[in-house]
Design a protein around this ligand. Structure first.
Ligand SMILES: [Zn+2]
Length: 228
């Protein structure tokens, strides 16, 4: 710890986003107590798992993993609320780093060329000041050394996914993502990064858009959380 870090901690103390307790030195994301109970989602096989089965009928995705189980009734739900709605982009970067370290043990990053965040609409991006998926990807990039490339854009400003049913989410997400893949990124293995995967519609549509722009693209998916 440098004197500047100490000073920053003193002036801007950070709280555990799960329980609200002040974080001690060395507690990076959540407090030690909440770290023990972290609802990890363990993907046994990155090439055949429930996340992949959700997107297989729509897009050709070669590899998938995730970091946490998402349950909106659990206090760990605060992690997603904080990084998404409370402007806590630092939390997103730290969670991205943590998730990337765990994924390294599964060999998830082998032969991967770049990280591609799921985009927000320009309006939402402006409103929020950042794209949480991009911040997660930046954290993953810190660990893997991979570049973050914004190859996707979201064109139509549709309803927020938050309160939609499964079928409504699927319809809402169709055709709203478009990709442009410059030559230097063609034929590459790309990891799509998002915050929460529920029906898989968003990630499937992003994968589809990338494969429309470049049929040789190999797509992997890495949502921070998965809601079973
Ligand atoms: Zn805590």
């Amino acid at each position: 710890m440098s004197i500047f870090t100490d000073l920053k901690e003193l002036l801007l103390p950070r709280c555990c986003p799960v329980c609200g307790k002040l974080l001690m030195q060395g507690e990076e994301v959540v407090c030690a107590f909440c770290a023990i109970g972290l609802p990890r989602y363990r993907v046994a096989n990155i090439e055949e798992n429930p996340l992949l089965r959700l997107v297989w009928d729509k897009a050709d995705v070669v590899r998938a993993t995730t970091f946490l189980c998402y349950n909106k009734f659990s206090p760990y739900h605060n992690l997603v609320i904080d990084l998404k709605f409370h402007g806590n982009h630092d939390l997103a970067v730290r969670l991205g780093q943590w998730a990337a370290l765990e994924a390294r043990r599964q060999g998830f990053w082998d032969e991967v060329d770049a990280l591609v965040p799921v985009p927000l609409t320009r309006w939402r991006r402006w409103q929020r000041g950042y794209n949480q998926a991009e911040m997660l990807a930046r954290g993953m990039a810190d660990v893997t050394g991979l570049p973050v490339v914004n190859l996707l854009r979201r064109t139509k400003n549709r309803k927020s996914q938050t309160h939609l049913s499964g079928e409504e989410r699927r319809r809402n997400a169709e055709g709203i993502y478009h990709a442009s893949v410059p030559n230097e990124w063609c034929g590459k293995r790309l990891v799509l990064v998002d915050d929460v995967m529920t029906t898989g519609a968003t990630l499937a549509n992003c994968a589809l858009a990338l494969q429309k722009a470049d049929r040789n693209a190999e797509i992997c998916i890495f949502p921070l959380c998965y809601a079973e």
